[in-house]
Design a protein around this ligand. Sequence first.
Ligand code: SF4
Length: 466
Amino acid sequence: MSTTDPLLNSTFRERANEQLANTFLRTAVPKATDHAVATLRNRYRDHDYDGLRELGREIRERTVSDLERYLAELIAAFERNGIIVHRAADAAEAREHIRRICREEGARSVVKVKSMATEEIRLNPVLEEDGITVTETDLGEYVVQLDDDRPSHLIAPIIHKTKAEVRASLSKVAGRELPDDAAELTGFARGELRDAFMDADIGISGANFGIAETGTIVLVTNEGNGRMCTSLPRTHIALMGIERILPKMEDLAVLLPLIAGAGTGQLITTYVNMISGPRKPGEPDGPERMHVVMLDNGRRSLLGTKYEEALHCIRCGACQNVCPVYRQVGGHAYGWVYGGPIGAVLTPLFRGQHDGGELSQATSLCGSCDDICPVKIPLHHLLLSLRHDRTAAGEVPRHERIAATIWSWTWSTPLGYRLSARMGRVGLRALGMRRTAPRWSGPLARWTQGRAMPAPAKRPWHRRAR
Ligand code: SF4
């Protein structure tokens, strides 16, 4: 990783503090994510959404627990369909495969569909080093690229930006002041991107799912850019995490509404592209050649471990929408590609405890992420497990270790628990909370700005129970 890697150059606390100073982010992110969650709940009010989630969980569990078999089936089906398959053990190998294909094609211009996997391997700088013009064609990703920024949400990359910021970025490209109107701004970007589609030698996409039965890549988008990138250029390269497999086409009937519903509250996304190989003789459109790069990059190492369920993730972003930490600090605070609860799980698993381990502390363990996850990943259990691993790896600061040891020792005996509870009660009384639930003042005031510290009960629970 380069030295510009935020995960190596700063702590979560530093990054979070920086983001917390952004008052727009702290109102815009909760507003946008609340809307997505409310739409989901309204849409499925009269449906058995939990039953659908259970079906999704069962499909993902069955697939991932037998991943090597489905992977072999998928690769065989891809090859039957004329797709050239490449295997990448890590990010460097994936980048090299894609760079080599671009060189062989003599590519000067590449268009891309939004793909977190390509963010994960940091693809764009490598292609740009070769003099290739890379254009992100998802509107949000296009703005991220113009600003030399990073996406801050799995499906809403510029959730952290104001309309004025977007307008300023697009105005720079236009060389004039664009009107303060979302439709006009989008229209301008559409015009720019249309030229990029027409000029591109290669289209690069990710893959939401790969169907083992038929050798089909499935892309779900709400902009038409996915279809343009995968059908206009003469070559299409898809980068796919090895876990993003569904055994059969019928499984898509479950996973499509789940990914659309959990992500944006839609029953189905505006575009669902199913791509089963390059253009066949007699077909009027589609690429002449198609490659799929199968990315491992740490995924296989989770198979058969207590973290295998992290591979069930379908990257819908719903856990980010409900996470009280993400909603305040946004995606950049997590320091790598994936933010929110799933980011706090995947980052230490893919990057190691030393780089990403502290993210397991970036959670209130409220369990909201578990409740909304469309494939029922027990995120907060995984986060707790990662905290244990972090302690075992000696990555926890000494003062935290000492405090936790004293706490554990004290609460391991009834006497210790009662004594400490009594001391706490005395302490809270001393803070003036005997009968009321006031807001704190002084250095702790900010904590009670949005919540009231409950006053201690007159008779402790233990005494009443006795
Ligand atoms: S963990 Fe669940 S909710 Fe979060 S992105 Fe993955 S599938 Fe969606």
